[in-house]
Ligand binder design. Structure first.
Ligand SMILES: [Zn+2]
Length: 332
């Protein structure tokens, strides 16, 4: 992997900052890389790890892509790159994983270059894991760089944060991200994809590949029909709940954005500030006939439902209730 070209175009600035460490041969013992989801934090960490571990780095300190180390990294078999992550997304990083890490770190790195540990998402360490991990920070091991990745740095204990060099990845520049999406062959409107993904280019790319713009339009059409009483609520709730093309978290986020945009339009917002500019005409019609107080109340219902998605709640019933509330809001 040639890292000089492989960090994403919106990461050039933060990449230059990381290269500064290599330039000065001042490799931090621990880095805390934070920033929103879907902007390539892991990718950045991999590129930095490759630079640190490469045996013949280029003049700009990026990895050569050809040496033994780079080859092993590309094959994901480099024994000096340790990745600590939950068994499943959303689950905690348990203490046994940190204990295993401590055992591994007690041994010398196998190769002559640096060893790198990537912990992602670092905020998923539970209290016991975080306490155990502190030991790694307090008793540094030779030639080892610990890289912690997180969307929510504030969830990490201050004792951990204070021992890491903080590197913040801001959301990407819109123009750069749109150009990149087009180069990636985004079939639909790259600008719209970026808005829908809340400016996360990697999420936008996945949306494009899954054809989610079309899926979203189909859902929105049903949403408007529900408002007009032209759909069977129970049947739709069941269909949406079981749909494989769309997860419920995304569905709730979409519904929230439709309601938020309706409220914005009722307040006279311009098209540029909408998350769904392509639906403006339909949303405008909804804004004209719905009461603002009801919309606000319903928006709260949606947020509450979103917060309960990760619990044991009956999701079919919850979605039915949301759609009932939505259709009742529309009866005048
Ligand atoms: Zn190399």
């Amino acid at each position: 992997m040639s890292t000089a070209t492989s960090v994403y175009p919106w990461q050039q600035e933060v990449w230059a900052y990381l290269q500064g460490y290599l330039e000065q041969q001042r490799i931090p013992q621990a880095l805390l890389i934070s920033g929103p989801s879907g902007i390539g934090k892991r990718h950045l960490a991999n590129a930095f790890a490759a630079s640190l571990m490469c045996r013949m780095p280029l003049v700009d300190h990026s990895a050569c892509g050809h040496c033994q180390s780079c080859t092993l990294l590309a094959a994901q078999t480099h024994t000096d790159l340790l990745v600590v992550e939950p068994d499943e997304p959303g689950k905690a990083i348990g203490i046994d994983k940190i204990r295993q890490l401590i055992v591994k770190l007690a041994l010398k790195p196998q190769f002559e270059t640096s060893r790198v540990v990537i912990i992602t998402p670092a905020d998923q360490m539970n209290t016991a894991s975080a306490n155990a991990f502190l030991k790694c920070l307090e008793e540094p091991t030779e030639r080892t760089c610990l890289i912690l990745l997180t969307e929510k740095p504030s969830r990490l204990p201050a004792t951990i944060r204070s021992r890491c060099q903080s590197v913040q990845c801001p959301p990407p520049d819109r123009k750069i991200a749109v150009t990149w999406l087009q180069q990636q062959g985004a079939r639909e409107d790259a600008d719209l994809l970026l808005s829908l993904s809340l400016r996360a280019p990697l999420v936008a790319k996945a949306y494009s590949e899954q054809g989610l713009i079309g899926v979203r339009k189909a859902y929105f059409d049903v949403w408007v029909q529900l408002a007009d009483g032209k759909q069977n609520i129970v049947a739709i709730a069941e269909q949406w709940q079981k749909a494989e093309s769309l997860d419920l978290a995304t569905l709730y986020r979409w519904m929230s954005s439709w309601v938020a945009d309706t409220i914005k339009i009722a307040h006279g917002a311009d098209t540029g500030s909408l998350q769904n500019p392509d639906f403006k005409k339909s949303l405008q019609a909804l804004a004209e006939r719905l009461e603002l107080t009801g919309l606000y109340r319903f928006y709260d219902d949606l947020l509450m439902a979103q917060a309960q998605l990760g619990t044991q709640i009956n999701k079919q019933l919850m979605l039915e209730q949301i759609l009932i509330n939505w259709s009742q809001l529309n009866i005048r």
